[in-house]
Structures are given as structure tokens and as C-alpha cells.
Write a new protein. Structure first.
Length: 174
């Protein structure tokens, strides 16, 4: 019984010590230089962003729907388009080894880059399947035109919004 009391006191002491420590933020690794490569497991944060080796990564050359962005099926039902895109990206690269060819950083401090998994361009896959639009350059314009012709993903819905327009409308609403 006495041993149990000692162990309980020691456990409570450890818990109190943990609570007293100021909550420390994890330090991010320094931003890599353009032209470098980041490799590691991909953790999907939304339809066009990942975490790889401690870095926040944003796919360059495309834009995907926001998590709270709505779209309408041909059958008339509305759904959260951004969440659907995130799930598709998780199925494709979540927890898998990827390589990010760094092209710079965006205004939010995220690393901009081209992401490949198993030698395949994940950004091209997103645009080809209608999960994202070609944006901020011409890299994926041909791939987007193919998705439009085939009415894949957002191009096959009755109502779907360009993510940039969606964000602007949401900002105007307040």
C-alpha cells in the first residue's frame, strides 16, 4: 500500500511539472532555398497543402477548393467540395514518401513547390481529376483543359466555384 502511495505522488508530481512548463511552439526548420528538394512523408492539411519533414508545403501552379467551399452535384445535392478534395489527396499521398522541388515561399511562409510521389507529379494529378484548377501560371493549363473537356471533378458539377472567387466572396461577407 505504501509503495502505491509513493507511485501516485510521483505521478502527480510529474503531471504538475508538465503543466508548469510554458507551452513551447515547435520550431520550424529554416525555409529551404529555391532549387532544393525536401523529401519525407506527406501529411495532408487541405486540398493544396501538405506537411513534409516539418515544412508547410503549398502546391505551386494550382489552387484547390477551400475546406468549407460548397459545390452542387448534377442531382441537385450540395456538398463540401474542399473536404472531398482533401480526402482524395489523402488517399493518393497521405503518409507516403514524396519529394518537393522547392520554388520559393508564399506570403504565408509556406514552401511553394512541385510535389512528386513515386515519380509522378501530384499537382498534375489534382488538376487532371478536376480536384484543382491551374492557377498562378501556365504549368497545368493543358491538363486543366483536358479535365474540362472530360467534365472531371469540379468541371462536371452543376455549380462549382473558382477557389479564388470563393475566398474573395467570403472576405466580402465578413
Amino acid at each position: 500500500m505504501e509503495l502505491l502511495a509513493v507511485l501516485v505522488r510521483a505521478a502527480f508530481r510529474l503531471l504538475r511539472q508538465r503543466r508548469r512548463r510554458p507551452p513551447g511552439r515547435r520550431r520550424r526548420p529554416p525555409a529551404p532555398e529555391a532549387g532544393s528538394v525536401i523529401a519525407g512523408k506527406a501529411w495532408v492539411t487541405d486540398g493544396d497543402s501538405l506537411r513534409v519533414s516539418g515544412h508547410r508545403i503549398r502546391f505551386s501552379g494550382l489552387d484547390a477548393p477551400e475546406l468549407d467551399q460548397w459545390a452542387k452535384h448534377r442531382d441537385g445535392t450540395w456538398f463540401k467540395h474542399g473536404k472531398r478534395v482533401k480526402r482524395a489527396l489523402i488517399r493518393t499521398v497521405g503518409g507516403r514518401q514524396v519529394e518537393v522541388s522547392v520554388e520559393g515561399t508564399d506570403r504565408h511562409g509556406r514552401v511553394l513547390g512541385r510535389v512528386t510521389c513515386g515519380g509522378k507529379d501530384v499537382g498534375a494529378w489534382l488538376v487532371r481529376n478536376g480536384h484543382a484548377i491551374a492557377a498562378y501560371g501556365d504549368r497545368y493549363k493543358d491538363v486543366e483543359n483536358e479535365a474540362r473537356r472530360e467534365r472531371r471533378g469540379l468541371w462536371g458539377h452543376d455549380v462549382a466555384f473558382d477557389p479564388r472567387d470563393w475566398r474573395r466572396r467570403q472576405a466580402e461577407r465578413g
